[in-house]
Design a protein around this ligand. Sequence first.
Ligand SMILES: [Zn+2]
Length: 229
Amino acid sequence: MPPIDTATIDRLRAIGREFHGRGWSLGTSSNYSVVVGRAPLELLITVSGKDKSALAPEDFVRVDAAGRPCDGSGRKSSAETLLHCTIAELLPGVGAILHTHSVAATLLSGADEASGAVRIAGYEMLKGLEGITTHDTVVEIPVLPNSQDMTALAVGLRPLLDGAAGRPRPHGFLLARHGLYTWGASLEEARRHVEILEFLFDVTLRARDVAPTAPPARRAAAMAAQAQQ
Ligand SMILES: [Zn+2]
């Protein structure tokens, strides 16, 4: 088993400090992983219950495709390890997976659980998501019911990511009233996706607060009509 590049661990620790500072990974919430082997699948993932603002070099553990620790360190991986393994298994191009617990993602995923997805449309920042080249688009981030049963969650996740029936694969997904999972070909791409999606969740939430029902064109028309009275 080749040693893990210390630069990767340092980068993951820096992401923990950054995400904690931005309110996306408070306390011991969140977990981060990188794919370190594909045949067989192996991930390096944060150890369970660690404060993300102060991750130490030893706060990571290697796990196999089933989420079992495989580096002999005796460390216990995050409770949500199986979700990381399922994402890495179903998305062969993925090199890193990041999970956050922001206020916006917690509120929005609760509000949109019944509809099954958070719909984000028309924002310039959508172009920060891989493969999106115009603001004039709609991105749906699926919302799954939350559970403490990771096996059940992983089973529910499969149809979202397996690409069957030509379904487009999402850039991430939300667990209701819990948080965001997103990923990228590299750790930097995954970090960017967290940053972009957290911005878009924040904007979407604030836009609903400003105008819970009326889209901008209708609001403008209503204001013009009022001015003429
Ligand atoms: Zn979580």
